[in-house]
Design a protein around this ligand. Structure first.
Ligand code: UDP
Length: 239
């Protein structure tokens, strides 16, 4: 409990993949519960937290578009999938007494609140965990871009991006044993070397707003990056 957060307000991007655990698709409840406990712990450290959830575990728009579906329609299906994930995460958090609000970029007032920036800010200052659903509300975007956008809108001090490995590598460390792990990178390093950690739009938004991206391993959990300790890659411009 002596731990203090390094970053006061945090945006955590949770991909659909992060919610699958060892499953092939869908939601693994134990995994969601574990993430919820980590969010609660970070909350108890004093951090204000918002989450942007992906939908790839349920639906990926581009793949359907590639099979002949209209891209925009497929993308709307993808955004709806993120709402399902948001409700699962909300459920797990509320089960352990963390107050939450789901705010959707696509209005669905029977299910969750509509996204209103100033209202979301108000929730955060009250210590409520805000879960952003439906990405940006626009087709042709990703939830990574939506996460960068919400992080900027909420004035977050850091954007946390969980992956399968403990940071950004020069190549896939799972297939290339010579892959080098970076401790720190600039936004330009990521763009120039096409390091696939978040898409380019997300990197541009975080860069313009000087929001550091902390890339960490989902297995290690969010405690490390929240407290500024442990193994993760920081993407930021040197100050
Ligand atoms: N999507 C979209 N606009 C957004 C965010 C998401 O159209 O602002 C769609 C897109 O089709 C995407 C799907 O929703 O493939 C699921 O999001 P994403 O693939 O980013 O989820 P993740 O990979 O994080 O699970």
């Amino acid at each position: 409990a002596a731990q203090t957060p390094r970053y006061r307000r945090i945006c955590l991007k949770l991909s659909g993949e992060a919610l699958m655990g060892e499953k092939e698709f869908g939601i693994d409840l134990e995994t969601v519960e574990r993430i919820a406990r980590e969010v609660k712990a970070a909350r108890e450290m004093g951090a204000e937290i918002c989450l942007v959830v992906g939908g790839g575990n349920i639906f990926r728009g581009l793949q359907m578009a590639a099979r002949g579906m209209e891209r925009a329609s497929a993308d709307y299906m993808g955004m709806l999938a993120t709402v399902m994930n948001a409700l699962a995460v909300q459920n797990a958090l509320e089960a352990i007494d963390v107050e939450t609000r789901v705010m959707s970029a696509i209005t669905m007032t029977e299910v969750c609140e509509p996204y209103i920036r100033r209202r979301a800010l108000r929730h955060l200052t009250k210590g409520i965990v805000v879960i952003f659903a439906a990405g940006s509300g626009n087709p042709f975007f990703t939830t990574d871009t939506a996460a960068a956008l919400r992080a900027a809108e909420m004035g977050c001090d850091a954007l946390l991006k969980g992956t399968q490995v403990d940071g950004v590598y020069s190549a896939d460390p799972k297939s290339d044993p010579s892959a080098q792990r970076y401790e720190r990178l600039s936004y330009m390093d990521v763009l120039r070397n096409d390091l696939r950690v978040m898409d380019q739009a997300a990197i541009s938004i975080t860069r313009e707003n000087a929001i550091p991206i902390l890339v960490f391993s989902l297995k290690d959990g969010i405690g490390g990056p929240v407290s500024g300790q442990g193994r993760f890659t920081t993407i930021a411009d040197s100050d």
